[in-house]
Design a protein around this ligand. Structure first.
Ligand code: GTP
Ligand code: MG
Length: 242
């Protein structure tokens, strides 16, 4: 649960913002001086398909979902430059963090943002026509510079999805944590608790983990219906590694 008025929100500086060198501008708009919000966590992430799919799971059935994954994984803006396929993920904390950042971000569609809230961050975004090989417009892309959690509940899910507890200073951790009593590994997309050749370690016995993640892993191992997916837990442990 988020802590009363003192909430956290997840912001992603998306690939179009990085391409347009808008990072400093966005940091200025969201600065503690302007907003009363402060950093609780920050990192550079090469977004995997697993993380992108979990982050935008609510849009799985939408027609724009495949292009949304291409966008957030950086393939749209940097198709030939894997070293630039990344986002900056930030946890902001402070009074009414979620609502404050949503207000400063503005409407999802940059055309609406310009009309309804000139000056908001997304008013600097673009709606880009998507054309087929013949040059006919078949779709549109919404390049809106940042992601911002929409509700406290969404913020909690997203912060736990993107960050491990030890990436957030102890005094700023907002969600319940627990020490894992056992180790967990992935092998061929399955969860196991004993290391064997070809398995990928995700959590070692003694590691600090989000309690809700540990619940999901324990449920999966004991064959109960899990309260979330394995990918929801595992994605952050598989970032920025070979
Ligand atoms: P996020 O902060 O990124 O989650 O945006 P949002 O909460 O303002 O909007 P929503 O969660 O509904 O959509 C997620 C993202 O999908 C948006 O930021 C856009 O990049 C993209 N998106 C939303 N609606 C459309 C659409 O109709 N067409 C296309 N191409 N993209 C869309
Ligand atoms: Mg959203």
């Amino acid at each position: 649960m988020q802590n009363g008025n003192h909430t956290q929100s997840l912001v992603l500086i998306k690939p179009d913002a990085l391409k347009n060198s808008a990072t400093g501008y966005i940091f200025s708009i969201l600065s503690e001086f302007n907003t009363g919000l402060y950093f609780a966590g920050m990192k550079v992430v090469n977004v995997t398909e697993m993380l992108a799919a979990e982050h935008y799971a609510e849009h799985k059935e939408k027609a724009f979902y495949p292009s949304l994954l291409e966008y957030i994984t950086g393939k749209t803006h940097f198709p030939e430059q894997p070293q630039k396929q990344k986002v900056i993920a930030i946890v902001y904390q402070g009074p009414n963090a979620v609502q404050k950042i949503r207000d400063l971000a503005g409407p999802t569609n940059p055309n609406n943002a310009r009309e309804q809230k000139p000056g908001c961050i997304r008013s600097l975004g673009a709606v880009v026509p998507v054309k087929n090989a013949e040059g006919a417009v078949i779709d549109q892309r919404i390049d809106n510079l940042i992601h911002a959690s929409a509700t406290d509940c969404e913020a909690e899910r997203e912060i736990k999805l993107w960050f491990k507890p030890n990436e957030i200073p102890t005094a700023l951790k907002s969600f319940q944590t627990q020490i894992s009593e056992r180790s967990f590994y992935l092998k061929d997309g399955k969860l196991i608790t004993e290391y064997n050749s070809g398995s990928t370690p995700i959590i070692a016995a003694g590691d600090i983990v989000w309690k809700s993640d540990l619940d999901i892993l324990d449920q999966l191992i004991s064959g109960q219906t899990p309260s979330g997916t394995l990918e929801l837990v595992a994605a952050k442990y598989l970032l920025n590694r070979e």
